[in-house]
Design a protein around this ligand. Structure first.
Ligand code: WQD
Length: 339
């Protein structure tokens, strides 16, 4: 099938493009390059030996989307990965987050429906789950719009919109994939995560310390009610995540469906650091700091629905993720800007 990847040159996008191309599908990448580089698209072609046209443009612009369908159609499916995703930043820029993260969905749905696509896959987040008493989160766990930040709220708003649109378009498949914490990189070391500025997320921060770009890791709190006192998260290798998109697309049926994409195996901050030190082959400087506002002690999923319905499960471990992330970072110390 031919798949339009909105946000297709990003971290998740580039890896999903590789998995789709390797599975024999055609891919069109649409990206405004606000969070990545055109180099990522070039490297997708280098890895797969297949071309994946990159359209540089705004996924919320109806005219841009019409041109994409004209130039690259017919398109069978849209995978919507185009979003701003920094939780902290979203609390400072709510209008930008709601506008970008929801307007893109409206425009992509308008274009997709008018051109008769069969499937719409949406990149959502495990941060829509609102009650820690539900851990490990299943797809039926409590969600809420009353979440701690505009990023997560924008994702929940998208899910509500998609459910209603699916209800009046019974021939369309809408699949919502709730990611937990994507980490790792493609084994080639050619594509990976390349956050601008100081990384908010743990693994890119640890990697920048390992490659000498930052001095030391700050552990945000060691007084949580967890085995070692540090935060627990469900870190899923980005290649497993990408394969989850391919499986969901290939098995899409008409209707609206939600899947958690996670490992179901919570890992602590200290455990991730220890794993990364194994990959690097030396200790990394770290210090315990106070908790970060808005953080929860633990979040991880029960991934059994995707395994039962799709035959998909995460195969790679935190050690695989740290090994592959270090391979990417050490080969690209300045990300895609590395010459
Ligand atoms: C992980 C753990 C921190 C940085 C992110 C995204 C969110 C969503 C899920 C997609 C926590 C600790 C972190 C650091 C630290 N992604 N930490 N020092 O907050 O779970 O959420 O992934 O939807 O968009 O924000 O991930 O990597 O920021 O934090 O100790 O320098 O690492 O306290 O326990 P988080 P994270």
């Amino acid at each position: 099938m031919r798949v339009l990847l909105a946000g297709g040159a990003g971290y998740i996008g580039a890896h999903t493009a590789v998995s789709l191309l390797d599975a024999g599908h055609d891919v069109v990448l649409l990206d405004d390059l606000s969070g990545t580089s055109a180099t990522a698209a070039e490297r997708v072609a280098e890895i797969t030996g297949k071309s994946a046209p990159l359209v540089v443009g705004d996924a919320s612009d109806d005219a841009v989307l019409e041109q994409v369908f004209t130039d690259h159609g017919p398109i069978d499916a849209i995978v919507h990965l185009a979003a701003f995703k920094a939780v902290g930043e979203s609390t400072q820029k709510p209008l930008e987050y709601y506008s970008n993260n929801v307007d893109t969905t409206f425009a992509l749905l308008r274009a997709g429906l008018s051109h008769g696509i069969r499937s719409f896959v949406f990149s959502s987040t495990g941060t829509v789950y609102s009650d820690p008493a539900d851990l490990p989160f299943t797809e039926e766990s409590t969600t809420s719009i009353d979440l701690s930040n505009p990023y997560s709220k924008s994702k929940r708003i998208n899910e509500v919109v998609l459910a209603d649109v699916a209800r009046v378009n019974p021939e369309l498949n809408v699949t919502v994939l709730r990611y937990f914490n994507p980490v790792g990189a493609h084994a080639s070391g050619l594509i990976g995560e390349d956050p601008a500025g100081i990384p908010n997320n743990l693994m890119p921060f640890v990697a920048r310390v390992a490659v000498g770009k930052l001095d030391r890791i700050g552990v945000f709190g060691a007084d949580y009610d967890t085995p070692d006192g540090t935060g627990l998260r469900d870190y899923i290798h980005v290649v497993d995540l990408a394969e989850g998109h391919v499986t969901a697309l290939e098995q899409a049926q008409p209707g609206f469906v939600v899947y958690n994409l996670g490992t179901g195996r919570p890992v602590s901050v200290l455990e991730l650091i220890a794993s990364f030190e194994k990959a690097v082959g030396r200790d990394l400087p770290a210090q315990i700091l106070s908790r970060r506002a808005g953080d929860v002690a633990a979040t991880y999923c029960d991934p059994s629905k995707a395994e039962r319905d799709l035959g998909w499960r995460a195969r790679l471990t935190i050690d695989d993720s740290c090994r592959d992330y270090w391979n990417w970072q050490s080969k690209n110390p300045d990300g895609y800007a590395t010459v």
